[in-house]
Design a protein. Structure first.
Length: 240
């Protein structure tokens, strides 16, 4: 399979890239922006990987990547990239423009790349879209997560539309909503909070990026009948 993973050089993205590249039958493309060294390391380990420089917030680079998808002949798109912070401050303290900036920086690029992928998938009458969401969408979201959670909720509804509009073309759109993980994305969370989360966790340990990557691999190989599903990975702490 030909696979593109956005934000695939660090954190969860790197775990997904490595997991899918471990199958030598796959050709794995992954994007990076500020993690050039990590991208080169992955390429040096896996000969079937190609790193693509992409600034998620740059319109010209986004347009160029979208145009190139027809050349890549993708079978699978993994929407993983996200820029910004998961936890900021209370909703009433956030400047209104911050909502617009985060929406423009995260949703618009994802929309552009997914539109391009769907156009190509429709021509070949097959394709898989796997989108990383968050378990923050289940029941009570954490304090300070209004922008991040709102963006992911918007994306969740788009994923459902992608599934229903394209099912007859054997194109699937599935989601994965993982619980808290230790990555660069969450590095600013207070260590005391992380310790308490680990202590309170029903399994006694936090979710790992490798465990989420296993779920991505499953969906990349799944039947077209598995479509429109949100795979919630949170050890049943909240059930939707």
């Amino acid at each position: 399979m030909n696979i593109l993973i956005t934000g695939g050089s660090s954190g969860l993205g790197a775990a997904i890239t490595r997991k899918l590249a471990a199958d030598t039958k796959n050709k794995v493309y992954f994007t990076y922006n500020n993690s050039a060294a990590k991208a080169k390391e992955i390429e040096s380990i896996f000969e079937n990987t190609t790193a693509i420089k992409w600034d998620f917030t740059n319109e010209e680079e986004t347009s160029a990547l979208a145009t190139s998808l027809s050349i890549l002949e993708l079978d699978v798109l993994v929407n993983n990239a996200y820029t910004g912070e998961a936890i900021k401050t209370y909703f009433h303290k956030i400047p209104q423009n911050d909502f617009l900036i985060d929406f423009r920086n995260n949703l618009i690029p994802t929309i552009a790349i997914t539109q391009a992928a769907i156009n190509n998938f429709r021509k070949k009458k097959s394709g898989k879209i796997i989108t990383i969401l968050t378990s923050f969408l289940i029941n009570n979201p954490p304090t300070g997560s209004s922008i991040y959670t709102a963006n992911k909720a918007y994306l969740e509804q788009l994923c459902k539309v992608w599934a229903t509009e394209n099912a007859k073309y054997k194109i699937t759109s599935n989601m994965i909503s993982p619980s808290f993980m230790l990555t660069d994305f969450t590095k600013n969370v207070d260590s005391r909070i992380i310790s308490q989360m680990t202590e309170d966790h029903v399994l006694g340990s936090l979710l790992t990026t490798d465990e989420v990557a296993e779920a991505v691999e499953f969906l990349s190989k799944s039947s077209p009948h598995i479509n429109g599903m949100n795979m919630i990975i949170n050890a049943a702490s909240n059930i939707k």
